[in-house]
Design a protein around this ligand. Sequence first.
Ligand code: GTP
Ligand code: SAM
Ligand code: SF4
Ligand code: SF4
Length: 556
Amino acid sequence: MRLLVKRSNLLLLQCTAQLRQATGMATGSQFHKLATSTKSAATGAQLDIKNDNNTMKASVTQSAAATSALTDSFGRHHTYLRISLTERCNLRCDYCMPAEGVPLQPKSQLLSTEEVLRLARIFVEQGVRKIRLTGGEPTVRRDIVEVVAQLKALPQLEHVGITTNGLVLTRILLPLQRAGLDSLNISLDTLRKERFEQITRRKGWERVIAGIDLAIQLGYRPKVNCVLMRNFNEDEICDFVEFTRERPVDVRFIEYMPFTGNKWQTERLISFKETVQTIRQRWPEFQPLPNGPNDTSKAYAVPGFAGQLGFITSMTEHFCGTCNRLRLTADGNIKVCLFGNKEFSLRDAMRSEDCTEQQLVDLIGAAVQRKKRQHAGIGSDRSRTLLHPHQLQLAQQRNCSGLTHINAQGKAQMVDVGDKALTTRTASAEATVHVGERLTALIAANELAKGDVLSVAQLAGIMGAKQTSYLIPLCHNISLSSVRVQATLIEQQHYVRLVATVRCSGQTGVEMEALTAVSVAALTVYDMCKAVSHDICIKNVRLMSKSGGKRDYQRQ
Ligand SMILES: Nc1nc2c(ncn2[C@@H]2O[C@H](COP(=O)(O)OP(=O)(O)OP(=O)(O)O)[C@@H](O)[C@H]2O)c(=O)[nH]1
Ligand SMILES: C[S@@+](CC[C@H](N)C(=O)[O-])C[C@H]1O[C@@H](n2cnc3c(N)ncnc32)[C@H](O)[C@@H]1O
Ligand code: SF4
Ligand code: SF4
């Protein structure tokens, strides 16, 4: 606790006082420390995948010499950056988003056009040769054409593509092509209008089909992404093959993947092998084609058809061994694997005044160094079938000693949560600060010399939650989706009640964040009041509830 007191006060001194505090930004020197420490701690593994498809892609990856910052501990060069331009979407695909959409961050938290372009340039200078714009739905971002045009102005960048649901292509594809767009992947899970409306919870099937046809007319050979799901579109497998007879498109069947809240069920997965069997019953001549070195999809075709087929086998035959991909989230986090947690906020680093370009490169390098061999995080056999989340959990339990924070050599370790399923986790904690009658009156009248106690405590609590992993030695660095701190003066009993509720989508819980939030908020109340009296007592720092993990908890 003493450590917490000292560090949190230090933190408040470092990061507060200015408006920086409100946004939770760290200082440049903190980022420098982070980059350095993560670098030196980067002995383990993390994850990521991937690659491209046509001959053009092959030349992209072969020609690009990624610098050491983009080379991970398994020797994989990362030459492909996927930038999520937005979290928003104009569809609500059942397997991807809840009907009400995902919680959106304020615009100020998202990367601006300039920030996207600056980070893209840094990645390109480090060796990235292909950028894909994705989302959410990238076309809902107004600056999409400008972003493509500016990216195409980067001399070393060889390829700019987008992945889109195709809804507005008939409106924006021409400007995108003029801006230099090299390729596009269009998602379409069904060739039946009514099913489209069922799975996407929106209208627009005809527009997507028109978008695909326009892309062909404009000379593209679009990829059409189709997520296969049992009891939904398995009866359309041959229809999609038929779709390639006259159209020069690359239809790719994607194995349904588990993501937070998408009601993933093993039985809904239709494997690559099963799909090939289905197609061969109708077209026995259906045959594999050569693949590029970093391809995520296994290419096939029916001889004589204008288009081709592909299989993205993320679940049954992963392709992590040749992964060359990094991700940048819409709010500026670097993610080294599709299935990994968000890593560091490049946005925060970039926005802090004293952060140099080299420090950004160091942060990127540190994240890349932490990348795991593969997304299951277990074993190294490339042909191993990926474990399902429940199997992963069992395997993890078996790997654990009794003490999850102690390894076999008796040394401290963070628990590896890389294999846990992503879930929405919440935790709520409270603390009370008993200040006595006189201070109660001063707080109520907002007459303390240091300022508005409740507001500052609230801000400090939010900041505290975000700093938990730096304060508590073996805590994970979690990307929080929301932190709410309430500070209420209970005048009758002369105390301040602090309640923090923290939420994340992740693989580990946030109770430490909630407890840290109320602890730091409580210390802040103390700090704001101590000039008047030292007769202040912090009590009842305790967890109230938590949910989303193995065991929910509710204080009675
Ligand atoms: N496991 C894994 N799957 C990925 C990754 N990137 C994309 N995918 C899968 O590929 C599907 C299609 O993604 P797209 O956005 O079209 O990208 P892509 O297929 O990588 O695109 P290309 O650049 O054309 O190769 C996604 O829905 C995922 O299922 C990755 O890094 N890892
Ligand atoms: C998340 S979307 C973003 C870009 C754009 N909105 C789109 O739909 O193409 C990128 C791709 O991920 C795929 N996808 C989303 N959820 C998936 C899941 N649970 N399993 C497999 N693929 C998924 C989509 O089908 C789409 O092809
Ligand atoms: S799961 Fe992760 S490591 Fe594997 S291919 Fe995808 S991004 Fe790369
Ligand atoms: S898959 Fe794409 S279009 Fe569908 S909800 Fe997700 S982001 Fe939107």
